[in-house]
Design a binder for this molecule. Structure first.
Ligand code: CU
Ligand code: CU
Length: 314
């Protein structure tokens, strides 16, 4: 009797240990602002962009709910402008942590990632519309501390897509605010980045095998407009608004993402056949000017894509 009680107690202790979320940790993140020329399409068109680390979007930050982010922003001395960092995953003081840093300066601050989800980060230096439209944005994923469950199943592949605006080079701030001289929608920094159907110069697509659950972290970094995200020839199995597993919508066709927000989209292409989806901002002006991403599903899918460091395809 005593032995079986002991066995039951230790089994409980073991189950308890398995269900205990990983201990919160401190994650160091450092970014250097670089004002650089970048190609914004597959034709080699270049524009003067402002970036975190030299790419659009900036580096993907990924932590777990409860972790502390220890962040340092370095404004390269070669830059001409002040810059800042505004993490939408942070609860701090806009006038303190998010203050501007002059060229040659640095700014360090910490915050606890209290809510799970997919959040944008962006520069808030004046004029913000110019800093964002020149590419100063990126994504922080805060994974839920409960990890996966029936309500939030483990995906087979994960991709990060950020939609932004492309304006004619040299557009004045007042015109940016009014949406004038808007010429295209950027997906991860390029128009039609992953769409060989509308741009034969596109060499990459998202890939998966038939029947796999593909999880897409989609962030809207447009300065004024929402994104109406639809997977042509598919239905979102689930959408997690803000990327929070508690905010689930089932069987969605088109889901609206406001400016400076994000959502997580699960799609499960059919097993047993090769298919293609076109993931599109269903507002036609933005779709046909760059905001289409092809997801190819077949048995030859590259096993490295959508895993490890290939969530943002560069
Ligand atoms: Cu900036
Ligand atoms: Cu913001």
């Amino acid at each position: 009797m005593r032995q079986s009680l002991y066995a039951a107690v230790s089994a409980c202790a073991l189950l308890g240990a398995l269900a205990t979320p990983a201990a919160a940790k401190t994650v160091k993140v450092e970014m250097t602002v670089k004002e650089v020329e970048l190609e914004v399409d597959h034709k080699g068109t270049k524009q003067k962009m402002w970036t975190y680390g030299g790419t659009i979007p900036g580096p993907l930050v990924r932590v777990t709910e409860g972790d502390t982010v220890d962040f340092t922003l370095i404004n390269d001395a070669a830059n001409k402008n002040s810059h800042s960092m505004d993490f939408h995953a942070a609860i701090v003081d806009v006038l303190d942590e998010f203050a501007e840093v002059k060229p040659g300066g640095t700014k360090r601050f910490t915050f606890e990632a209290k809510y799970p989800g997919v959040f944008v980060y962006h520069c808030g230096a004046a004029s913000m519309v110019e800093h964002i439209s020149r590419g100063m944005y990126g994504v922080i994923i805060v994974d839920p501390k409960e990890s996966f469950s029936a309500a939030y199943p483990k995906p087979d592949r994960e991709y990060v897509l950020v939609q932004g605006d492309l304006f004619r080079e040299g557009t004045a701030v007042d015109d940016l605010l009014d949406g004038k001289n808007w010429i295209g929608a950027l997906i991860n920094g390029k128009v039609f980045h992953y769409d060989p159907v509308h741009d034969p110069g596109a060499s990459q697509t998202l890939q998966a095998k038939p029947g796999e659950r593909v999880r897409i972290y989609y962030v809207n970094a447009s300065v004024n407009e929402p994104v109406a995200l639809h997977p042509i020839a598919g239905i979102w199995d689930r959408v997690y608004d803000q990327g929070n597993p508690k905010n689930v919508v089932h069987g969605a066709q088109t889901f609206l993402i406001p400016p400076a927000s994000g959502a997580v989209f699960d799609i499960v292409p059919p097993a047993g056949r090769a298919t293609n989806n076109a993931i599109v901002d269903h507002a036609m002006s933005r779709a046909l000017r760059g905001a289409i991403t092809v997801l190819m599903t077949n048995d030859d899918a590259d096993p490295t894509l959508g895993r490890g460091d290939k969530l943002i395809l560069r």
